[in-house]
Design a protein around this ligand. Structure first.
Ligand SMILES: Nc1nc2c(ncn2[C@@H]2O[C@H](COP(=O)(O)OP(=O)(O)OP(=O)(O)O)[C@@H](O)[C@H]2O)c(=O)[nH]1
Ligand SMILES: [Mg+2]
Length: 247
């Protein structure tokens, strides 16, 4: 009888120890699961706005001294820079606006760097081609470089900025348009030419750079990017079939 009593006490103690262990395991495991779930929800909420952005790139090209860095500075900071050093390589700034994260990327305009321009077309959504309106002597060279881009990527929108309109010696927008032979472009899309100044408001023939930025933002909501195979020289026949959507 005593042996039976001892056995039932031992079984009772074992059951209670097991119950305690199971309770401890349960209470440790579930709060951790809940914490993990809450952390995932939080991470998702933090990531959400990023996922709603469209990443867009504006490729800013043009001859050396045209004013590319100055234009990028004014657009991205809404301030005027009194001087600017030549870009040895590239230079960039990021602008955020509702639904867009825009990278303004300049590749320097010196002779050596111009040979690399075409390599940057594949990531661009729009080209902004900056021309020094006071540099009449090099307007034919600017035309040559611009038409090289137009031929390499006929589908890519291009906006030309006739910059330095604040200067007395600046050519008019219509002179720049003619000097760049834009009426001769075989490309299907019209190339917009806007007068600008990165130094001041540029007077009555200028479009403020913040207005230019708004126009670009509008365009960037709808543009597509070209695939690598669409960036070619003299093989425009394949271009029609090589467009891909961004998302
Ligand atoms: N008056 C005037 N000067 C300008 C304007 N934009 C740029 N500049 C000046 O022109 C010079 C060249 O400007 P940058 O912005 O460095 O030219 P860039 O096209 O970036 O030149 P690279 O980097 O060498 O290819 C600098 O001294 C600028 O201050 C403008 O709208 N008006
Ligand atoms: Mg520069």
């Amino acid at each position: 009888m005593a042996a039976l009593q001892n056995l039932s006490m031992a079984v009772g103690a074992a059951v209670s120890a097991l119950g305690t262990l199971m309770f401890m395991a349960w209470s440790r495991y579930f709060p951790r699961q809940r914490r993990r779930r809450r952390r995932h929800q939080l991470e998702y909420m933090i990531r959400q706005p990023e996922e709603n952005y469209l990443d867009r790139q504006i490729l800013v090209l043009g001859l050396d001294e045209a004013g590319k860095s100055s234009v990028i500075h004014t657009m991205s900071t809404n301030t005027i820079k009194s001087s600017s050093a030549p870009t040895h390589g590239f230079n960039s700034a990021t602008i955020r606006s509702p639904g867009l994260r825009i990278e303004l990327l300049e590749v320097g305009g010196s002779f050596n760097l111009r040979t690399y321009w075409l390599q940057y077309l594949k990531n661009a959504h729009i080209i902004v081609f900056v021309v020094d309106s006071t540099d009449e002597r090099r307007l034919p060279l600017a035309r040559h470089e611009l038409h090289r881009l137009l031929e390499a990527a006929p589908q890519l929108p291009i906006m030309v900025l006739a910059n330095k309109q604040d200067r007395d010696t600046a050519l008019s927008i219509s002179d720049i348009h003619t000097g760049l032979s834009l009426h001769n472009t075989a490309s299907q899309r019209a190339v917009t030419v806007l007068g600008t100044s990165a130094r001041s408001d540029g007077g009555e023939h200028s479009t403020p750079l913040q207005t230019v930025l708004s126009l670009l933002q509008e365009k960037l909501h709808s543009v597509k990017r070209l695939t690598q195979s669409a960036i070619m020289h003299n093989h425009t026949d394949l271009l029609q079939t090589s467009l891909e959507t961004m998302r």
